[in-house]
Design a protein around this ligand. Structure first.
Ligand code: SME
Length: 162
């Protein structure tokens, strides 16, 4: 058997959030290093985040023809297209900033792809001053995301070559 040497090598640790990100980030760098195919990189990144954190949904929406179109993700089937300014993803795109939603029911215009989702964080991916995609993460737990997630997820998306 030939092992491609990627998924098998991902080390998943227990520990606090910071320890989990600090363990994952060098491994993510290894996954992305030397590979320029965007779909391949986004797919492996979504899988690595899902494996470490076990979130309900983690993946990417990519800006195409002035809409967000779902890209590589892990989790239940999701909405395919989101318009600028709509939902948490479209708002993060329009405002070019990370949005943390502790309770999705309290976010006006939240788009529910899964009724299981209780909290969410969306991180824009900005290149040449334009949002080119967003990273969206959903959790079944309320109030799951904080400034630690924002800090590390922003660092992680900056590793992606667009
Ligand atoms: N909740 C998002 C839609 C995407 S799904 O959660 C995967 C939103 O309000 O933009």
């Amino acid at each position: 058997m030939y092992l491609c040497g990627m998924a098998e090598d991902l080390t998943i640790i227990k520990g606090n959030k910071t320890e989990q990100y600090q363990s994952l980030i060098p491994q993510v760098k290894g996954l992305l290093d030397g590979e320029t195919d965007l779909v391949a990189n986004l797919a492996n990144l979504a899988a690595a985040l899902k494996e470490q954190f076990g979130w309900l949904w983690v993946g990417f929406y990519i800006v195409k023809n002035n809409e967000l179109v779902v890209g590589p993700f892990q989790g239940p089937v999701a909405c395919t297209r989101i318009k600028k300014g709509k939902g948490v993803c479209g708002t993060s795109w329009a405002e070019a900033r990370t949005i943390i939603v502790p309770d999705v029911e309290k976010f006006p215009g939240h788009i529910a792809c899964s009724s299981l989702s209780k909290s969410e964080i969306v991180v824009p991916i900005i290149r040449n001053a334009e949002v080119v995609a967003v990273l969206d993460v959903d959790s079944e737990e309320p109030d799951r995301f904080d400034l630690t997630d924002q800090h590390y997820l922003e660092e992680i998306v900056n590793l992606i070559q667009f």
